[in-house]
Design a protein around this ligand. Structure first.
Ligand SMILES: NC(=O)c1ccc[n+]([C@@H]2O[C@H](COP(=O)([O-])OP(=O)(O)OC[C@H]3O[C@@H](n4cnc5c(N)ncnc54)[C@H](OP(=O)(O)O)[C@@H]3O)[C@@H](O)[C@H]2O)c1
Length: 322
């Protein structure tokens, strides 16, 4: 297949590009002039300027839309990038007669729990895509994605390695879910092949939507214990002592607010920002895998959190990040 990946320079996008090449597809990576190409070194990759996607005169079999922002200085930016920019591009492709057969949109589980501006922007994009009847649409709602190259979970790995863990002290236990980045990339291509089959069989353009997560949830303590176990094992110790510090919701909002102000002064979005505080204090991040099983079957191989953490830690260590 001829495949275009937007956000190809990013964490998720670069893994999607890598797997697409491995599967033998013709891969076009849409990047910006300022994008880093450090993970896009394979000579098989063809590049296109993100601004010029709509001017490409070929039709792609599939477009995998991984471009997006997860942190911003202002809430409006989420809507502009995650929704309007994608919509503008699809409309331009339609106008030039080059809509892809299949359009995969990397949404987020945050759209299922739209407590943040980020989640709402992803929701609006999904709502608009659902209405498009002239191409097959696959909308994936991944939960927190972790793995090699990710710098967001890296902060938690670092904190736990240094012996601390900040845990939101909320009413009850927070439920967390995870997906290893390579599993997510696999699911993208499994979804594309199912979409292809449906399209060939009925000629109709299906809309496939699915939450994407390893099929279980974890408490903060369970996640911490997996990391502790990993660090202890590597150090040849039985234990890796970590002090969990319980912090109330208002404190998380305060810290995120201050971090957001500093980010504005530096003109650079920060991982902790007022919008993120809504995500950090959300109680339940359970993904409903019913649709995933319905479309892709019961035998999707998932990397367990233990194994994923091992591979990720190894990557962080190899690259001097941890
Ligand atoms: N990571 C997660 O845990 C997670 C979970 C659920 C959903 N997602 C979704 O998955 C997608 C990829 O996330 P990620 O973690 O890979 O993020 P990332 O590493 O920050 O990558 C984002 C990508 O989008 C591109 N991009 C950002 N703003 C853009 C703009 N205005 N125009 C064109 N391209 C732009 C970036 O290009 P530059 O390199 O030029 O900046 C980069 O290639 C996002 O849509 C995110 O919402 C991520």
């Amino acid at each position: 297949m001829k495949i275009l990946v937007t956000g190809a320079s990013g964490f998720v996008g670069s893994h999607v590009v890598h797997l697409a090449l491995k599967l033998g597809h013709e891969v076009w990576a849409a990047v910006r002039k300022t994008s880093s190409r450090q993970w896009l070194t394979d000579p098989g990759i063809r590049f296109v300027d993100f601004q010029e996607i709509s001017e490409i005169t070929d039709t792609f079999d599939a477009v995998i839309w991984c471009a997006g922002i997860t942190k911003a200085l202002k809430d409006e930016e989420f809507e502009t990038v995650n929704y309007f920019q994608m919509r503008k591009c699809v409309e331009a492709m339609r106008q030039s007669g080059h809509l892809p057969r299949i359009f995969v949109y990397m949404s987020s589980l945050s759209a299922r729990y739209p407590v943040s501006a980020y989640g709402r922007s992803k929701l609006h994009a999904a709502e608009w895509l659902r209405e498009q009847k002239d191409m097959t649409v696959v909308i994936l709602y991944p939960t927190g994605v972790y793995g090699p190259r990710d710098r967001d979970y890296l902060q938690q790995f670092r904190m736990i390695k240094s012996g601390f863990d900040f845990v939101p002290s909320l009413w009850g236990q927070q439920k967390l879910s995870f997906i290893y980045v390579w599993d997510l990339a696999n699911i993208v291509f499994q979804a594309i092949s199912v979409a292809e089959a449906v399209l060939d069989r009925c000629g109709a353009c299906p809309v496939m939507e699915m939450d994407v997560s390893e099929p279980r949830t974890y408490t903060n303590a369970e996640f911490r214990h997996i990391l502790q176990h990993e660090f202890a094992g590597r150090a040849g110790d039985k234990r890796w002592p970590v002090l969990p510090l319980r912090v109330p919701g208002w404190f998380i909002h305060l810290v995120c607010g201050i971090s957001g102000l500093i980010a504005k002064m530096r003109h650079k979005p920060a991982l902790l920002n007022p919008d993120k505080a809504h995500l950090l204090t959300q109680m339940d991040w359970t993904a409903d895998n019913t649709q995933l099983r319905y479309w892709l079957g019961d035998n999707i191989p998932f990397t367990s959190l233990q194994n994923g953490v091992r591979l990720t830690t190894q990557y962080y260590l190899d690259n001097g990040w941890l």
